[in-house]
Ligand binder design. Structure first.
Ligand code: ARG
Length: 465
């Protein structure tokens, strides 16, 4: 039995009860094995609460000082992994409060004046999530910076752009990386938005109705770095929207990472052969010696399912709850923690791995060349010669069919061969049939031209700064 272990019937709320809690119920209702993760936030909240109570004359200065000193000692125990967690004390709050009283005596029992575990947990989770969002946004930005470097490095690299996974038109590899970066920039904004809305302090709502003590909610809110106190005590203890919003943003970001993973897996396959992933991010097969498997990308794709599960779990957790606090809410933490960890780790994996990939530029070019990727450019050329687009489309379709049958690509057809399809075709057509001519021509905002890729990468870097 640890230092902090009460004997049966010694929990912090036993006054009303005639028999100790059933041993199974004790285990069933305990949350300390996961909410201990909130300990430092719980201590932070208690410090702000104790200072405010002393300021308002509810605690003496001596009591406040004893509490602050006791909490400082507990913080050390937590950080050093020496804190004697006890499941009998149910959750992080009661473990810490019990330990405080053990360390400082009577004053410890006064800390809970004017608050409840209901506003306490709502505060702890917001403080936790605020930090988690900051960490995740930093990791997102690191990945985005890596993508921008890769985009600039491969600004001139021509590859096939796909629709329906069929070769469509040539694009630059850098342009493709910038598409990924756009998805991530929206994710970063969504997380900032979530952080802004969650940054209100529920402390003072107490169990659900507020408290009869002369508390100063502005003071605790400010001390904890919140923008303001929450505005309704019932909503304060029951609201978990911020956790749901985070999981929604996390799911969407994981969906983006999963789509990137899918492309990386395809591109790294011998059939595509567009990229080489660094060996340190791949694994071998226990039976097939030739294999180099893109496991990290596949795991990111697989873990997107976890984040989506976490979101659905939270939505379902809340949908039947009447106001205000219900114990169901204890089930919010594991999915939230899982979503945070999953997203952070996936971002770390990709921030490290993706910018380190190497591009097989010849293979990318070859794949674009083999797929009649400049057929649209030929149609556009005819339009510039005065042919209506619909007619030009028809002409080029016939030319492509001819080339397929001849086993050649469009630029490999002679001028006379091309002119069978339209007399409007002249010698200058070959300039537009080249891959480099095709991408360079798309030199407008959002286009795939190397010059645009460089400009967009620079602009994105300034937004990130
Ligand atoms: N462990 C609880 C939770 O995670 C803390 C609040 C408990 N409040 C209560 N009245 N039982 O939600």
């Amino acid at each position: 039995m640890s230092d902090n272990e009460p004997s049966p019937g010694q929990q912090l709320w036993t006054g009303r009860f005639s028999e100790p809690t059933d041993a199974f119920v004790e285990r069933f209702s305990a949350s300390v094995h996961f909410d201990a993760r909130l300990a430092l936030y719980d201590i932070q909240g208690s410090e702000a609460h104790a200072r405010m109570l002393a300021e308002r004359g509810v605690l003496t200065e001596a009591e406040r000082d004893a509490i602050l000193q006791g909490l400082a000692g507990i913080r050390e125990e937590v950080v050093e992994g020496r804190f004697p967690w006890s499941p009998r004390l149910e959750d992080v709050h009661m473990n810490i409060e019990h330990r405080l009283t053990e360390r400082i005596g009577e004053a410890g029992k006064k800390l809970h004046t004017g608050r409840s575990r209901n506003d306490q947990i709502a505060t702890d989770v917001r403080l936790f999530l605020r930090d988690a969002i900051d960490t995740v946004r930093d990791e997102l930005a690191r990945f985005q910076h890596g993508l921008l470097e890769l985009a600039e490095r491969e600004a001139e690299t021509v590859m096939p752009g796909f629709t329906h996974l069929q070769v469509a038109q040539p694009v630059t590899f850098g342009h493709h990386m910038l598409a990924w970066q756009e998805m991530l920039e929206r994710d970063r904004e969504r997380l900032a938005d979530c952080r802004r809305r969650l940054n209100q302090c529920p402390l003072g709502a107490a169990a659900l109705a507020g408290t009869s003590f002369p508390i100063d909610r502005e003071a605790t809110a400010a001390a904890l770095g919140f923008d303001a106190p929450t505005r309704n005590s019932l909503d304060s203890v029951s609201d978990r929207d911020f956790a749901i919003e985070f999981c929604a943003a996390a799911s969407l970001c994981m969906t983006h990472l999963s789509r990137m993973a899918e492309e990386l897996v395809l591109w790294a396959s011998p059939q595509f052969g567009f990229i080489e992933l660094p060996d340190r991010f791949c694994t071998g097969s226990s039976i097939m010696p030739q294999k180099k498997n893109p496991d990290v990308a596949e795991l990111v794709r697989g873990k997107a399912a976890r984040a989506q599960g976490d979101l659905v779990q939270l939505l379902t957790l809340m949908k039947g709850q009447p106001l205000a606090y219900n114990r169901d809410n204890q089930e919010d933490k594991e999915p939230l923690f899982d979503a945070v960890d999953t997203l952070r780790d996936a971002l770390t994996a990709f921030a490290d791995m993706v910018p380190a990939l190497s591009v097989h530029r010849d293979r990318c070019r070859e794949a674009a060349r083999a797929g009649f990727a400049t057929a649209t450019d030929l149609a556009d050329y005819l339009v510039r010669q005065g042919v209506a687009f619909r007619d030009a489309h028809e002409v080029v379709g016939r030319a492509v069919r001819y080339a397929v049958e001849a086993g050649r690509d469009l630029p490999e057809l002679g001028l006379e061969e091309l002119q069978q399809f339209s007399p409007a075709i002249g010698e200058d057509v070959y300039a537009v049939l080249t891959l480099d001519g095709s991408v360079a021509a798309r030199d407008h905002v959002g286009g795939t031209a190397p010059a645009q890729v460089r400009a967009q990468a620079q602009a994105a870097r300034e937004r990130l700064a």
